[in-house]
Design a binder for this molecule. Structure first.
Ligand code: PMV
Length: 316
């Protein structure tokens, strides 16, 4: 009889501090529970571990080799098998993702986490988040080159976090609700390119760029204070400030700026790009009664996909 095992992981948004986080500044990120990657494992008689990634239009055959594969999906499976000292099982792993790729929503880390959880369960093991996080980080290096580690951390723990590279995670609990509209420009922009360009800026104009990066870190720290105190007007103003600083780092785009301006015009408290930038998604902070208006305005202004999410304590 075919046995089925499942595992999943959420998308994420960066509320404050992307790019600067690569240089040791604090950042704040939240999981997006409504957008997920799910994986299912079916026992098979093939003798192979095969991954069917329908959304990527690809199939992978995983072998346990001395050197790890450079294919992210194969690598995470190899890491799991190594961790549990397990042989390659005869399984079909099916991956289904609701998260668009190269859009600043952490699809790479979510795919790794969902696959790893499913494979671990299928071989009769339980992978803890503490053990999974560094594995997903290893795979992130293939996607991003020099990742800060924020994506894998927020996705694996599925928690609102304050993140500083190489420090222990600070989980954040908010006693006030915040509502965000997330809008996709529909433009795919690989994070390693924008991260690479910021690195070049750091090398060419180190003093000015270093100052911008530090300012982004201050914005993130002030934002945490504002979030904790329930000051949504200040949170919105800091998002606008963060977006301006990201523009200085050259990681925005006309499409992102257009959607950011459209959200503010429609009554958002603040808006900024989220993630690597140059394309992908922007986020806007909105009062609850304004969610619909801002979503409609962003759709009318050409957003490819619009959704909303809330964090913090709600009355319901
Ligand atoms: O994967 P993205 O596009 O959400 O970007 C991650 C955030 C960056 O700060 C741009 C890169 C990093 O590794 O922290």
């Amino acid at each position: 009889m075919v046995k089925k095992y499942t595992g999943n992981a959420p998308a994420k948004i960066i509320l404050f501090g992307e790019h600067a986080v690569v240089y040791g500044q604090p950042a704040i990120a939240a999981p997006v529970g409504s957008l997920r990657v799910s994986a299912t494992a079916d026992t098979s008689t093939s003798g192979y571990l095969t991954i069917f990634a329908r959304d990527l239009g690809r199939t992978y055959k995983v072998k346990q080799t001395k050197t790890l594969s450079r294919e992210p999906l194969e690598m995470i499976c190899q890491l799991i098998l190594r961790h549990f000292d397990a042989p390659v099982p005869s399984l079909d792993l099916h991956l289904v993702s609701q998260i668009p790729i190269a859009s600043g929503l952490g699809s790479g880390a979510a795919i790794s986490a969902a696959l790893a959880r499913t494979l671990a369960t299928a071989i009769g093991e339980d992978i803890t988040n503490d053990d999974l996080n560094p594995m997903v980080y290893e795979v992130e290096k293939i996607h991003h080159g020099t990742p800060s580690g924020i994506d894998n951390t927020v996705i694996v723990y599925e928690q609102l976090i304050r993140y500083v590279k190489d420090q222990s995670i600070q989980r954040i609990t908010l006693n006030h609700p915040y509502h965000f509209v997330i809008a996709d420009t529909g433009i795919h922009a690989p994070t390693y390119l924008s991260v690479g360009d910021v690195r070049k800026l750091m090398e060419q104009k180190s003093v000015e760029t270093g100052e911008v990066v530090e300012k982004i870190g201050c914005v993130a720290e002030n934002a945490l204070t504002a979030l904790l105190s329930g000051d949504s007007t200040e949170v919105g103003a800091l998002m606008n400030e963060n977006h301006k600083l990201l523009k200085t780092l050259t990681v925005s785009s006309n499409e992102l700026d257009h959607l950011v301006n459209a959200a503010i015009k429609a009554g958002a408290l603040g808006a900024k790009l989220s993630g690597g930038g140059r394309g992908g998604n922007m986020i806007a902070l909105v009062d609850e009664e304004n969610i619909k208006t801002v979503k409609e305005a962003l759709t009318a202004e050409g957003a490819y996909r619009v959704l909303d999410m809330s964090i913090g304590k709600t009355d319901s």
